[in-house]
Ligand binder design. Sequence first.
Ligand code: BES
Ligand code: ZN
Length: 459
Amino acid sequence: MPAAAVSPVLDQIDATLPAALERLMDLLRIPSISTDPAFKPDCARAADWLVAELQALGFDASARPTPGHPMVVAHGSSGTGPHLLFYGHYDVQPVDPLSLWHRDPFDPAIEETAKGRVIRARGASDDKGQLMTFIEACRAWKAVHGTLPGKLTIFLEGEEESGSPSLIPFLKANAEELSADVALICDTGLFGETPAIVTMLRGLLGEEFTIRAASRDLHSGMYGGLAQNPIHVLTRILAGLHDAEGHVQVPGFYDGVSELSDDLRAQWQNLAFDHARFLGDVGLSVPAGEQDRTPLEKLWSRPTAEVNGIWGGYTGDGFKTVLPGEAHAKVSFRLVGQQDPDTLRQAFRSWVEAQLPADCSVTWKGHGNSPASVMAIGHPAFAAARAALTEEWGMPAAFIGAGGSIPVAGYFKTYLGLDAILLGFGKDDDQIHSPNEKYDLTSFHKGIRSWARVLEKLA
Ligand code: BES
Ligand code: ZN
């Protein structure tokens, strides 16, 4: 594609930004919370909305039913270049606690802030604003050139935030239809203000469990001192998850974890990560976790164990002198290197079970389960994408890691044989998964322009 082809597209993007924003706001008004069955019709509505948008752009698009929420698949073609598969997700996280939002999470608005204009709504950054950057780049290209910018398949998931239960079966059943030369995933962020391509992602393992002692809740005066308290048992076990230096104590936990290569260590050193500022932005000052590791290692290349929730007994208003019969917890592990999720699940369960005192039992509910993945940065498309980002942002694009998990990146390789390029425009302060999520207008605008440039170089 001649480089001149992109310049009128960039002008078109600039000139039509208000209309692009209106469309994003329409999508943000649909409360597509995938984990909550009450929002199932809204997830279907978001999928249908996207299908209609893509059809209007000339894609052959449809919403494909799954046992969960629909997948959106759209094919469009022009030219003879490589075939690109774009991935994003239209589902969002729950909004609670709603009381901490300063507006309705599904009534989006443009707000002026000290750091510039933002689009405020659940999903603005993760991932509706991001997936729309790609669709809007296609729209502008079509408006200027009359055709789409290449051979494209757009694949949008509606279950990413709830563990992607339908994804692997769908990829297996539709492998031929989804075949392409390389995948593009827009679900990550910038590195501070620097454009970035994510080259490694941590995996995820989720566990939920209940420890039971007495056969019912008891009066804590009548039974306390003699009866076993399952909250004490649960918190004692979880307090032993890390030693004083922050190392995870589950036997075998570090099997398959490798040290950073000298090359990568040097690259990350050059990124000059300001961890004091990163922590300071959320009211913290002292790095926690493994004391013998650098901040970026801790975030990107070291595994973690985090307690995500604990409950039991009486937590409502007022006070109740209860000695509970049950205690509950949710724990997740971020995985790196060759750590095997199935092996670790078993290791964690055995470790907990071995510590149960008399009269206590445990039941398990397994959640997320995906290994870490490392991208093939030697693929020529990486250099092209990097050059496109560098042009748009006026500074060299960084290769970074990501602490979060995007299981589809690994699945594309396993089930479709596809290498994936992860690039996105979110910011650290977007408050994804938290109250008052936002997406900067500059992320949206420059994100669309970035994709136009990437498509010009790749398609
Ligand atoms: N977009 C995020 C992952 C992410 C966050 C990448 C920040 C880079 C920077 C994604 O939607 C997400 O939140 N994934 C979940 C995993 C899922 C299985 C619930 C996560 O990482 O917790
Ligand atoms: Zn996401």
